[in-house]
Design a protein around this ligand. Structure first.
Ligand code: CP3
Length: 344
């Protein structure tokens, strides 16, 4: 890795080293909030777009150009590797991932294919092209964690309460572990391929893990996510994120994260106490705050920065993804405030 890249503020913060300023990027920084995204995507279906090298490169670069964020995140989706491996699913606009035949029995689990490198060649080609274009700006690769992927597969689509997922977990533990094990293997392969192609950090999205108690998370989920994170080379920073995970922050760190992602519900100073020493934090401006008048936004950004000082390393982000109707000019100003204020 070139020295300028290895020394980037984002990677330094992930490694809990002093950085010249607090690095910032936004989950879902590429997407419908950007007019240039809508133009470039046109009527290309989401999963099709994720397998077109030229589009992946362009859509990944757009927020880097516009905002001057300190990291790029690969334009892809958590269900992309399952789709590429041959599982029948789609991403429906305004809904999310929808699965043709839900997975609920051990026979269903057996139909989950494994992922081979050539199936995601357009993605790894895009990673290589991006690393060349990004220079000293790090590229974050990512995958969906076994619980969050399993929820889409078991429910057949997005779910508020994850009731069927929990019913399988609690009622048929062997089938649950078989399913989570397969999904861990797919996620590990997808992350390994992105890292081999040049991604310099990874994020494991367990977006819906906050639906579980700490006890159930530790028993049914943590071992599988730990396998995924453990499969990534030690020198590649690993970020582990979920929504509503205030009660799980310590366990999500123990699963093997260098950086624990925090949503907007737990202030970062309290999150640092819960996570304990030896890990950095990422977060956690409420993504809805950007709709408030600018002085309120600026004060909230400063508050996140102040509280983030309690962590051994801080990567500024939203507490969840950018809402599609967010004004990109406000996000650009947030980046500027984070950089100016944290330079001290
Ligand atoms: O962050 C980025 O800019 C990188 C791209 C990215 C996408 N999905 C692109 C996308 C990332 C990191 C994801 C991860 C993802 N996908 C997660 C974890 C992050 C989170 O939000 O918690 C989850 C749960 C999914 C599943 C998924 N895919 C959802 C819930 C949706 C939104 C459905 C909708 O239309 O509101 C998608 C589709 C999706 N993934 C879009 C994008 C840009 C929208 C596609 C469109 O333009 O229609």
């Amino acid at each position: 890795m070139p020295a300028a890249l290895s020394d980037a503020a984002f990677l330094r913060a992930c490694r809990r080293e002093r950085a010249a300023y607090t690095p910032v990027w936004f989950m879902r920084q590429a997407g419908r909030s950007l007019p240039e995204y809508l133009t470039a995507r046109g009527d290309t279906a989401m999963l099709q777009a994720c397998l077109r090298t030229d589009l992946v490169v362009e859509l990944t670069m757009q927020p880097v150009r516009r905002y001057g964020v300190d990291a790029a995140i690969l334009f892809s989706d958590i269900v992309l590797p399952l789709h590429a491996a041959g599982l029948e699913l789609d991403i429906v606009s305004g809904v999310g991932p929808v699965v043709a035949s839900p997975v609920r029995t051990s026979a269903d689990v057996d139909r989950i294919p494994s992922l081979s490198p050539e199936q995601v060649a357009p993605v790894t080609d895009a990673v290589r092209a991006l690393v060349a274009e990004l220079g000293a700006t790090p590229l974050i690769g990512f995958a969906g964690a076994p619980f969050t992927l399993a929820s889409y597969l078991i429910e057949g689509g997005p779910s508020r309460d994850h009731a069927r997922t929990k019913a399988l977990m609690y009622g048929d533990e062997a089938t649950w572990h078989a399913l989570a094990g397969r999904l861990a293997e797919v996620a590990s392969t997808y992350l390994r391929l992105q890292v081999e192609a040049g991604a310099s950090a990874v994020q494991l999205f367990d977006s819906w893990a906050g639906a579980l108690s700490a006890e159930d998370y530790a028993r049914y989920v943590l071992p599988h996510s730990a396998r995924v994170l453990g499969s990534v080379p030690a020198d590649v920073p690993k970020i582990h994120f979920g929504v509503g995970t205030g009660e799980l922050l310590e366990l999500m760190g123990e699963a093997g994260a260098d950086v624990v992602g925090v949503d907007w519900r737990v202030p970062l100073d309290e999150a640092a106490r819960r996570v304990g020493p030896g890990r950095a934090l990422q977060g956690n401006l409420d993504p809805a705050v950007v709709f408030a008048p600018w002085p309120v936004v600026a004060e909230r950004v400063r508050d996140v920065l102040r509280r983030g000082k309690a962590a051994e390393g801080h990567v500024f982000n939203l507490g969840h993804g950018v809402f599609p109707d967010t004004d990109p000019d406000v996000l650009a100003r947030v980046v500027d405030v984070v950089h100016e204020e944290s330079r001290g």
